[in-house]
Design a protein around this ligand. Structure first.
Ligand SMILES: [Zn+2]
Length: 247
C-alpha cells in the first residue's frame, strides 16, 4: 500500500493570548518557550520536514494564499520544494465571485511556487460546481473528499481530466468530531490502515495540519511516521499518482 502524507497550513502564528487560553494543549516546555517568544508553536513546517526526512519520507503541504501573508513562509516553501517535498494550493472557497477569486489564488500561488497541479479546499468544502471549476481551470487532482464520501481509498477519475485523491485520515476528525484521545486515535488509524489493506486499497492518504504538530492530538503524527517506517509501505506523493496511470 502507498501512503500519501499531507499537511494543510491553516495558520502560521497566533497571538500569545490565544496560546495562553489554550495552554493545556501544549507541553510545558513548548509553552514556556512560546511565552518567552523563543518558539512559534504554529509554524512547524521545518520540524515536520526534518522528522519525515529522518525516515526518507516526503509529503505534500497544501498552502493557502488567502489566510495569511504567504511571504512569511515563502522561503521555507521554496526550500522544501527543492528537497523533494511538494507544495500545492489550499484553496479558500468564497461564495461570491467564486471563479474570479479561485483564479486570483491560483495566480498568486503560481507567481511564487510554480504551476498548481493539485488543490485541497480549506474546511474541505466541495461540490460538483467546484470540481467542474477545478477541471476547467486545468487542475490535475483534488484531495478534498473523505474516503467515506468517495466510497474508496484509492485515487479515481472524478471528472474526465480530474483525479480525486480521497483523505482516509484527518486529525481534525479524530480529535474534533470523534473526540478521541491520543491513544484511541492512534489505535483507530492503525486499524483503519489494516482495514484498507484488507479491502485491497492501493493508497491511503493522511492529513495532519502543520499547526497542530506541537499540540495535544496533532503530536501523534510523530508516532504515525515512526510506525510507517517499520512497515512495508511506500510513501508516495500525489504527483506519483498522476504519473502512475493506475486510475
Ligand atoms: Zn484548511
Amino acid at each position: 500500500m502507498n501512503i500519501i502524507l499531507t499537511h494543510d497550513i491553516d495558520s502560521i502564528r497566533k497571538p500569545i493570548r490565544h496560546i495562553w487560553q489554550r495552554r493545556n494543549r501544549y507541553r510545558t516546555k513548548d509553552l514556556i518557550l512560546a511565552l518567552m517568544g523563543l518558539k512559534n508553536l504554529y509554524n512547524n513546517i521545518e520540524e515536520i520536514v526534518s522528522l519525515e526526512d529522518k525516515y526518507g519520507f516526503r509529503s505534500t503541504f497544501f498552502t493557502p494564499v488567502f489566510l495569511f501573508n504567504i511571504g512569511e513562509i515563502i522561503d521555507i516553501l521554496k526550500d522544501i520544494k527543492k528537497q523533494g517535498w511538494d507544495v500545492q494550493l489550499h484553496y479558500v472557497y468564497e461564495p461570491v465571485q467564486t471563479l474570479g477569486l479561485f483564479r486570483m489564488q491560483k495566480l498568486l500561488f503560481e507567481q511564487e511556487l510554480g504551476a498548481v497541479e493539485g488543490v485541497r479546499t480549506h474546511m474541505l468544502i466541495i461540490n460538483d460546481t467546484l470540481l467542474d471549476m477545478f477541471q476547467h481551470e486545468g487542475i490535475k487532482y483534488d484531495s478534498t473528499l473523505r474516503t467515506e464520501t468517495a466510497g474508496t481509498f484509492d485515487p479515481y477519475m472524478i471528472r474526465e481530466k480530474l483525479i480525486e485523491i480521497p483523505i482516509a485520515i484527518m486529525d481534525a476528525d479524530l480529535f474534533g468530531r470523534m473526540q478521541l484521545n491520543e491513544e484511541q486515535a492512534l489505535k483507530f488509524i492503525l486499524w483503519k490502515m489494516r482495514y484498507a489493506e484488507q479491502k485491497g486499497a492501493k493508497y491511503f492518504t493522511i492529513l495532519f495540519h502543520q499547526e497542530s504538530y506541537t499540540m495535544k492530538g496533532g503530536r501523534i503524527y510523530e508516532k504515525i511516521v515512526k510506525h510507517l517506517s517499520t512497515k512495508n509501505y511506500s510513501i508516495s506523493l500525489p504527483k506519483d499518482v498522476l504519473n502512475s496511470k493506475v486510475v
